[in-house]
Design a protein around this ligand. Structure first.
Ligand code: ISL
Length: 560
């Protein structure tokens, strides 16, 4: 580890362009808006910006339905705007990671339009996954991740095409070498523009299982759940090694695979330190603990995860990848509810304390931390009361299926589930100040601003030395300064395994130890961790140290 790679010491800031900053007042964020706010991002101290998709899109799924990989969404700006953003970021010492969405394209992509023609010599037909009907039905029982079937029938050619997500997002056929070649060419084209890496959307799903057999189906569900069947398919590592040879190995990039369904054994392959595939993966296990209790409802739930469950999972990943592969660390992204509302406490009394506690717990673990826009302000879930406030295709489809079709959930309960789990919780506009629309836009935003923006906003945070923003800034500076945070061995404090209140772990490097003690509850508790008198307090979220007493959501980090 003495030779840590730059991306192992880095912190990434995720920008969801649609909701970050609107510069032309059409109610939608854009590239010039991001450029205008680069100084803010730089001030936080991060090293890399990850931009969610900014490409030309059919706009069904927040830009994850790309109709041209080498053109930009005109609502966000043009190529000159992008180049300006990239240059300005580089001048400030910030790298830019792009989103690569190649499990599927949009149905409006040229490749799919050409693919629709079923002729023997049409090279594009095989860019997608077409199958004959079986006894007049879809080729198998798979459901889409966004509700409904994963197959759509094409009248003209008499075949079905596969789409694991919306029907406007047909899956690409990675078994076709020409398709792989086209994708690698496109990636090299972006490399020539000077970008610094890719976050790869659902890259664990690109190799489909042979035979495409039926998936397990819950009695109450309309379709089979293909999640486990399609994740980590038979050729996924072969295709990523090929991508690595053709593209990634040529550049000093940061690469992270979004790997739905990844296990630790699979992660050891995707993110192996030998560099044959990707730098790191996003695993999802800790994001699934508070849902998925009822297979027919999937993620829709408002259950609260217990600390022992959460800790067990985080610790498992810290241990399993140690010295072999690399973790990414995240609480939030554009698909997840806000962490302070989910694992912390967003009541006014505890919001700041618990946001800082969660930040410290994450940032002292081993891996590359990701901060999602607004997390550094302690932004909370949206709190929408009405279905019409939502914008997300997954939320609408789930409502339609569970409330109207299967009637497994009543309307009020589903609205409660959406308030807890909808992806729109992460997508409300960035809260910059207390002016109208939170300083995001002078036009009505594409999605409602959270009503708490007058209190929770960047301007207030920057004026307050005790803000969550400055706490994140300090965590990031500490990571840059202290090799132990990147390299130190992770250990759970002995006896902490079953503690329902406190998470306590150490990091050790040579003679140095870091001890992180975090109270995950609003209770006051007493714990004795036998810390030497010579200790130094590295960071804490209360003014003074009360030794064995831990106050609500208290976190403290000692070094000795
Ligand atoms: O969001 C989820 C659960 O609510 C996940 O199942 C999510 O769909 C999955 O992690 C894949 O996400 C990625 O690909 C999707 C896109 O909608 C997401 O925004 C993206 O992060 C399809 O491209």
């Amino acid at each position: 580890m003495a030779n840590s790679k730059w991306w192992q010491k880095a912190v990434v800031y995720q920008v969801y362009p649609k909701s970050f900053q609107d510069s032309d007042n059409d109610g939608v964020g854009d590239l010039n808006g991001i450029t205008k706010r680069l100084d803010y991002i730089k001030k936080l101290g991060v090293d890399v910006i990850w931009l969610n998709p900014i490409y030309k899109t059919s706009n069904i799924d927040g830009g994850y339905d790309i109709s041209d990989y080498q053109a930009l969404n005109p609502t966000f700006g043009n190529m000159a705007d992008f180049e300006e953003l990239l240059n300005r970021a580089h001048t400030l010492g910030l790298k830019v990671m792009m989103d690569l969405v190649v499990n599927h394209s949009s149905f409006e992509h040229e490749w799919f339009k050409k693919s629709l023609v079923k002729e023997k010599d049409n090279p594009y037909r095989d860019y997608y996954i077409w199958c004959d009907p079986i006894e007049g039905h879809a080729p198998n029982n798979w459901g889409s991740f966004f509700s409904g079937p994963a197959w759509t029938y094409d009248q003209a050619s008499g075949q079905y095409y596969l789409h694991l997500f919306a029907k406007e997002q047909p899956d690409l056929n990675w078994d076709n070498p020409n398709l792989r070649h086209s994708i690698f060419e496109m990636m090299n084209w972006w490399a020539n523009k000077g970008i610094d890496g890719f976050r790869m959307d659902v890259i664990s799903l690109i190799s489909k299982p042979e035979g495409l057999s039926d998936a397990p189906k819950d009695d109450n569900a309309l379709y089979g759940n293909a999640g486990d069947l399609v994740a980590n398919g038979p050729h996924v590592h072969e295709y990523l090694r090929e991508m690595n040879q053709q593209v990634l190995s040529k550049y000093d990039w940061i690469t992270v695979g979004e790997t739905a369904g990844v296990t630790v054994d699979e992660a050891l392959k995707y993110a192996n330190l030998n560099g044959s595939e990707l730098n790191m993966v996003f695993q999802f296990e800790h994001m699934g603990l508070d849902g998925n209790r009822n297979p027919a409802l999937g993620k829709w739930d408002d259950h609260h995860v217990s600390l022992p469950e959460l800790r067990e999972n985080l610790v498992k990943w810290q241990r399993a990848l140690n010295k072999k592969a690399w973790n990414s660390l995240y609480w939030n992204n554009h698909d997840q509810p806000r962490v302070v509302s989910r694992f912390g406490n967003d009541a006014p009394k505890y919001r700041v304390l618990s946001a800082k506690m969660l930040a410290a717990v994450l940032h002292f673990m081993q891996g590359t931390p990701y901060v999602y826009q607004g997390e550094e302000l302690g932004m909370t879930n949206a709190g929408f009361q009405d279905l019409k406030d939502y914008r997300d295709v997954e939320s609408f489809n789930a409502y339609h299926e569970l409330v109207e079709q299967t009637k497994l959930v009543d309307k009020e309960m589903m609205l409660k589930y959406l308030r807890a789990r909808s992806r729109d919780n992460a997508r409300t506009p960035m809260q910059w100040n207390n002016s109208s629309n939170a300083g995001f836009s002078e036009h009505t935003p594409w999605i409602k601003v959270n009503s708490n923006y007058k209190e929770i906003n960047a301007e207030n945070a920057l004026d307050d030395p005790c803000s969550i923003f400055y706490f994140y800034q300090r965590l990031i500076n500490l990571r840059h300064k202290l090799p132990i945070i990147t390299e130190g061995e992770f250990e759970l404090v002995s006896g902490n395994e079953k503690d329902e209140f406190v998470f306590a772990y150490t990091r050790k490097l040579e003679q140095q130890t870091l001890l992180v003690v975090a109270n995950f509850t609003a209770n006051e508790v007493k714990r004795n961790y036998d810390v030497p008198q010579t200790r130094k307090m590295l960071i804490q979220n209360y003014d003074e140290d009360k030794d064995n007493y831990l106050r609500p959501y208290e976190v403290k980090v000692y070094m000795y």
